[in-house]
Write a protein that binds this ligand. Structure first.
Ligand code: NAD
Length: 484
């Protein structure tokens, strides 16, 4: 692969809208531009997906044949991990080794869901109401069938382009759906190579259709399209709400993985060295552009000063830079827009009296780099406390006891993830029950396993990805009664 061949292919993709620039967030220089695939490209892609679904070219294959193709996808991702990582790294500014390790995880997603292809069965049941409702029948048997929804639109953000695609394509393909894939407009490069990989692995034509374009054009057209049966979306809560509205036309099913404002609780009996390091990396890694980043840290009062100081040391100790720069751990924010948004939150906090302990400024160099930032004196009325920043900014606050910290942690519209650090394991499990979050991690942070369900409470989402729940969300259940 050469980057030029990917760019050529991207430029020649169908579109009928404006030119969209791709900007290198490390240099602020344009990499290329491509045409927005607006409503027409979406309509054509949906048509191809529908035709492939009707022909049963994918869901009609025996499960073991689909599994083999999915395992080939995984092998090819491993084989092309360097190229895929180079594209994601160029496009997002992410550290190359980090990007490469994410490719390994993405390959595992296809392997894991390939395994599900042969295990998606309904249940057989003895009918319990003697004679049925009318009393006309006896000797009844019933069973359920698990059937793919049909044509599914997959929409996701920039923060891990290949991984985000795998998270949706893995279960959708295992379930037998045909798909239209819309990556973020900022990061379309690796999607082009992934599309080649899918074809080489043997995914039949029309089963995965790539549309490149803006959210408000291509994404919106996909969510409104009357021939799309389901939308699986990862992104902001604001756009999630728009998608619910757009899906109403044909009552599309909607699965939403949305934003977060995840609390991290650090008790005075915790392994502080580990808690501080993990809580620090849990917000600064990837410049805070992760949905489960712990952006509110609550520290028991007796160790508060020590933890604030430790977090500042972590913030000052990580090297920011581009993928080509020696020793870089953390890259830039994705765009000028995101930089403006993050700095806006910091400035708003300053105006409202928060103390910036560390950071609080962009780096004095090219690129959308923000110094990892630790702020204190934050209260629940502030935007810094309530709004998702999606940047390397953490608010640290003291607490005294369980009731207080649970109330503080749950004081949020979001409910994606929560963490507690304490050696009192009984307390840890009591907290796990009381924290309003779809994922709770105890004495560990930023943990993810593709065999475990993941989803948001409150305004962090609808439905689940990953594990059995993940593949089930691309299946609908049909009940069949029969008279014997
Ligand atoms: P975003 O919602 O702006 O965009 C996400 C995707 O939706 C992009 O592909 C975009 O083009 C598309 N889109 C935008 N407007 C649309 C519309 N009207 N109709 C259809 N599609 C539209 O999100 P973002 O700012 O790019 O990404 C960051 C957000 O993603 C954060 O809120 C973060 O928490 C969230 N996120 C959530 C998870 C999770 O699993 N819960 C994972 C990663 C990121």
């Amino acid at each position: 692969m050469t980057v030029d061949s990917i760019l050529d292919e991207l430029r020649s993709r169908p579109g009928d809208g404006d030119l969209i620039p791709i900007i290198n967030p490390v240099t602020e220089e344009p990499i290329a531009e491509f045409t927005d695939g607006g409503a027409k490209a979406v309509d054509e892609a949906v048509g191809r997906a529908r035709a492939s679904f009707e022909s049963a070219v994918w869901h009609g294959l025996p499960g073991n044949e689909r599994a083999k193709i999915m395992w080939r996808i995984a092998d090819l991702i491993d084989q092309h991990a360097g190229d895929l990582a180079a594209l994601d790294s160029l496009n997002t500014g992410m550290n190359f080794e980090q990007a490469k390790s994410i490719m390994g995880t993405s390959a595992e997603v296809f392997r894991y869901y390939g395994g599900w292809c042969t295990k998606l069965n309904g249940i057989a049941h003895d009918v319990q109401m003697t004679g049925g409702i009318t009393g006309a029948y006896s000797n009844m048997h019933a069973y359920t069938l698990k059937e793919p929804y049909g044509v599914v639109g997959l929409i996701f953000p920039w923060n891990g382009p290949v991984f985000n695609a795998a998270a949706k394509l893995g279960p959708a393909l295992a379930a037998g759906c045909s798909t239209v894939v819309k990556p973020a407009e900022e990061t379309p490069l690796s999607a082009v190579l992934l599309q080649r990989i899918l074809a080489e692995a043997g995914v039949p034509d029309g089963v995965v259709n790539l549309v490149t374009g803006y959210g408000h054009t291509a994404g919106k057209a996909l969510t409104e399209h009357p021939d799309v049966d389901k939308i699986a979306f990862t992104g902001s809560t604001e756009v999630g709400k728009q998608i619910i509205g757009a899906a109403a036309g044909n009552l599309k099913r909607v699965m939403l993985e949305l934003g977060g404002k995840s609390p991290v609780l650090i008790y005075d009996d915790a392994d502080l060295e580990q808690a501080i390091m993990m809580a620090g990396m849990g917000i600064f890694i990837h410049s805070g552009q992760g949905c489960i980043c712990g952006s509110r840290i609550f520290v028991q009062r007796g160790v508060y000063d020590q933890v604030v100081e430790g977090l500042s040391m972590v913030a000052n100790g990580v090297k920011l830079g581009g993928p080509d720069e020696e020793g870089t751990l953390i890259g830039p924010l994705i765009s000028e827009k995101q930089l403006g948004r993050v700095m806006g939150f910091i400035d708003d906090g300053k105006e409202n009296g928060v103390e910036v302990v560390t950071g609080g400024h962009r780096l004095d160099r090219r690129g959308y780099f923000v110094h990892p930032t630790v702020v204190t004196d934050v209260d629940p009325s502030m935007n810094l406390y309530q709004q998702e920043i999606f940047g390397p900014v953490v608010a640290v606050m003291p607490f005294d006891d369980d009731d207080e910290v649970v109330a503080l942690a749950n004081n949020s519209d979001y409910g994606l993830a929560a963490t507690a650090w304490t050696k009192d394991i009984a307390r840890a499990h009591r907290l796990a029950k009381r924290l309003e979050a779809g994922t709770v991690t105890l004495n560990c942070q930023m943990v993810f396993d593709h065999s475990m369900p993941f989803g948001g409470y409150k305004q962090s989402g609808w439905g689940h990805e990953w594990g059995r729940d993940g593949v089930e969300s691309y299946l609908q259940t049909k009940t069949v009664y029969t008279q014997l």
